[in-house]
Design a protein around this ligand. Sequence first.
Ligand code: SF4
Ligand code: SF4
Length: 304
Amino acid sequence: MSIKAENPRAWIEGLVQEFLANSPSNNLQNEAGDRAWDEALVGFASGADPIWQQYKEYVGAFHWTPWEVFNQHQPDEPVKAEELSVVSWVLPQREMVRKANLKQKKYPADVWARARIYGEQCNAALRNHLVDNLAQAGHPAVAPMLVSNWTVVNSQRFSYASSWSERHAAHAAGLGTFGLCDGLITAKGKALRVGSVVAKIQLEPTQRPYHDHRAYCLFYAEGTCGKCIDRCPVRALTEAGHDKEKCREHLVVTSQYVRETYNFVGYGCGLCQVGIPCESRIPVRAAREAYERGEIPPPPPPLA
Ligand code: SF4
Ligand code: SF4
C-alpha cells in the first residue's frame, strides 16, 4: 500500500518538506542565493471543528469556515464540513534572517524583507503545489489566501481583519497560540510565515496541546515579559496589545526604505519577532516541556 493511502498525513507532510527542499522558489533572491526556509511545522484540523464557528463569532461573520471557502470555489464537489480537512504549515524564519533583523532598530534587514516578499512567493507556490497534488490524488482542494475573493475588511473589534487568517488556521491545527503582539508563538517561535489549504480528505486532526489561545505568551500566562513592546520602533505595542493601524502605517514607510536601500520592491518589519523570549521557541517553560514530552498540559484551575 502506498504512503498516500496508508498514511495520508505523512504523505502530505512529505509533499511540504520535499517542496521546501527542492523547489527553486525557496530562495531569497539575494546574491548568495540563500534559501528562504528550512523545514516546516505541519498540522491538521477537521473542517467540522467547532473552532471555525467560534472564529466566525469572535472575528466576524466575514471570516470563512473551511466549508464556506471550499464550497465557494469547488461548487461541483458537494461536501459536508466533516469531509474536509485544513492542512496548515508554519515556515520558521532561518537563524541568519533572525540574527540580521536583531541588529535593526527601525527598518527591516535586507534578508528579512526578502523573506517577506520572495519567501512569501515560495509560500504561495507551496499552496499551489499542495492544491495540485491533492487534486491529482482525487482530493480537490482550495488555498483560501489565493482565491480571488479573499479580502481584508474593517472590523470594529480588530481595526481590520481578513476573510481567512493563516495564523488562526495554524492555531486550529495545533501549531501555536497568540502573543501580546498578535503573532503566533509556535514550537519554533514567533518569527515565521504561515500557509494552509482546505481539502476534501478526512485526516486525523492534530491535537491542540493547549487549552487557551494565549497559553504560550509569558505576558498572558505568567504576567511577565512584555519584551516585544520595547522592540517596536513606533510604539504599536503596549500592554493593551497590538495597534494594527500604527503597525500598518510603519510597514508603508518601510517600503520606501527597502526600495532605496536594498533596491527591490518590498517592505517588512518584524522587529518585535526577534530579540525576545518567544523568538525561536515556546517561552513558557511548563508548556514547552509538556510539548517536548508530547503531552497536553492539564487545563488551568478555574478562577476563584
Ligand atoms: S515577547 Fe514576551 S510578551 Fe511579547 S509575545 Fe513574546 S512572550 Fe509574549
Ligand atoms: S511589526 Fe514592527 S511596527 Fe508592527 S508591531 Fe512589530 S515591531 Fe511594531
